[in-house]
Design a protein around this ligand. Structure first.
Ligand code: F0G
Length: 365
C-alpha cells in the first residue's frame, strides 16, 4: 500500500529541492478535504474543509516547517529560532528534533494555549516568554537571526511559503480543478500568500528549479477570502494594531509580516480580507464540532465564520465549490469546547451505577 511521503517528496518537482537534498519530514500534508454537509445545505454550495489539524503536530505549519528545517540543515545551521503564537513553535520544535538542531521559540507571555506550549516543551525547545505580543517576538527573532548563529524559521523565510503552497496543490489534485472560492484565517498572512502562490503555479505552465517546464494542472484560480479577528484586523483597518486582542490567540497579530502579499492575493483573485468577531469565531467553532464532526481550535474557524457572516449578509452566491482551510486541531486549545454559548461551563451529568438510572438520564426510559 502507498504511504504518503510528506510534501517535499510528493511535490519534489515543484519545490526548491533536488535528489541530494537531505529531507527532514514527519509525513506532513496529504490532509483530508472533508465535505461539509451542513455548511453546504445552509449556503446552497458544495463546501469542503481542508482539515489541517491532521498534520503531524496538528496544524498547517508542518507543510512549511519540513521545507524550512530542510533548508536549515542544508545551510549547515546548528540552531533555529522562531516567534510564535503557538503552532509554529510546536512545529519547529518537532522538526528540529528530527533534524538534530537546537530550537528556540519566542512566545507572547500568557497568550499561547496549553496544548501548543506542551508540544514545545515535550520536544525540548528553549521556550522564551516575552512581555509583548507576537509582533514584538518576531522583531526579536529577526534580530537574533541577523546577529547570532541561529536560523529563522518563521514564514518570512521563503522556504516556509514554498512548503505551505502544497495545500493548494492538494485541493486541486482532489477536486480535479481549483474551487470557485477559497476561504481561510489570516494572522501573519503567510498562509494566504502560500495558497495563492500554489494556485497560480498550478494554473499556468511553470518552469521548475531544474528548468523543466510543467504543464498546468488547473484551469482557473479561486477567489480568495481571508478573515482576521476583529480585534486583530490590521489589513482590514489599513494600519498596524499595536494592542491586538482576540480569544483566537493563534491570530492575535497586529502587523503581519506578509501584509503586502496578502493584499496581492486579495486583489489578483478579486477577493477580500475582512474581519469576524470573537462571537462569530466561537459560533463557527461550535458549528464545526457539533454539525460537521470536525474539531478545530478557535482561530481555525475564522474562515467558516466569514462564510456564515457573508451568507447572512447575502454576499455568497449558490452552486459554487467553496474550500475552507481549517488550520489547527481542536485539541490544541480544548478549553473552548467546555463552555456553552452563554459562557457557562458544560457539566457532564452524574448518575448512579445503575442501568435504569443511566437510561433515564439519556431519555431512553
Ligand atoms: N490558524 C492557526 C491555527 C494559526 O496558528 C495561524 C498562525 C493562522 C491561522 C494564521 O496563519 O499567520 O499564515 O496568516 N499562527 C502563527 C504561529 C502565527 O505562530 O503559530 P498566517
Amino acid at each position: 500500500a502507498h504511504q504518503w511521503r510528506g510534501v517535499i517528496r510528493e511535490y519534489a518537482d515543484r519545490l526548491p529541492v533536488n535528489e541530494n537534498t537531505k529531507v527532514i519530514t514527519l509525513g506532513e500534508g496529504g490532509t483530508p478535504l472533508v465535505y461539509a454537509p451542513a455548511l453546504s445545505a445552509h449556503t446552497g454550495n458544495e463546501v469542503y474543509l481542508k482539515v489541517e489539524g491532521m498534520n503531524p503536530t496538528g496544524s498547517f505549519k508542518d507543510r512549511g516547517m519540513t521545507m524550512a528545517m530542510t533548508a536549515a540543515v542544508a545551510a549547515g545551521a546548528k540552531a533555529v529560532v522562531c516567534a510564535s503564537t503557538g503552532n509554529t513553535s510546536a512545529s519547529a520544535a518537532a522538526y528540529a528534533t528530527q533534524a538534530g538542531l537546537k530550537c528556540a521559540v519566542l512566545v507572547p507571555d500568557g497568550k499561547i494555549s496549553m496544548g501548543k506550549m506542551s508540544q514545545a516543551i515535550a520536544h525540548g525547545a528553549d521556550i522564551i516568554q516575552i512581555d509583548g505580543n507576537f509582533d514584538n517576538c518576531l522583531e526579536v527573532a529577526r534580530k537574533l537571526s541577523e546577529n547570532y548563529p541561529v536560523f529563522l524559521v518563521n514564514s518570512v523565510n521563503p522556504a516556509r511559503i514554498q512548503g505551505q503552497k502544497t495545500g493548494a496543490f492538494e485541493v486541486v489534485d482532489f477536486l480535479g480543478d481549483a474551487p470557485d472560492y477559497h476561504l481561510l484565517p489570516v494572522g501573519n498572512a503567510g498562509n494566504i500568500t502560500a495558497y495563492w502562490k500554489g494556485y497560480k503555479e498550478y494554473s499556468t505552465e511553470w518552469t521548475n528549479e531544474a528548468g523543466k517546464v510543467l504543464e498546468p494542472v488547473s484551469t482557473k484560480n479561486p477567489i480568495m477570502w481571508g478573515f482576521q479577528a476583529a480585534g486583530a484586523a490590521p489589513i482590514v483597518a489599513g494600519h498596524p494594531i499595536t494592542e491586538p486582542d482576540t480569544i483566537a490567540t493563534a491570530i492575535r497579530i497586529g502587523n503581519p509580516a506578509s501584509w503586502e502579499q496578502a493584499e496581492v492575493a486579495r486583489d489578483e483573485s478579486g477577493g477580500q480580507i475582512d474581519s469576524v468577531t470573537d462571537e462569530q469565531i466561537l459560533e463557527a467553532h461550535r458549528w464545526l464540532s457539533s454539525r460537521e464532526g470536525v474539531f478545530v481550535e478557535p482561530a481555525s474557524a475564522a474562515g467558516v465564520a466569514g462564510l456564515l457572516k457573508h451568507h447572512a449578509a447575502g454576499n455568497v452566491p449558490t452552486g459554487k465549490k467553496i474550500v475552507i482551510t481549517v488550520t489547527g486541531h481542536g485539541l490544541k486549545d480544548p478549553d473552548w469546547a467546555l463552555k456553552q454559548s452563554d459562557g457557562s461551563d458544560v457539566a457532564p451529568k452524574k448518575v448512579a451505577l445503575d442501568v435504569v438510572e443511566v437510561a433515564g438520564a439519556l431519555g431512553l426510559a
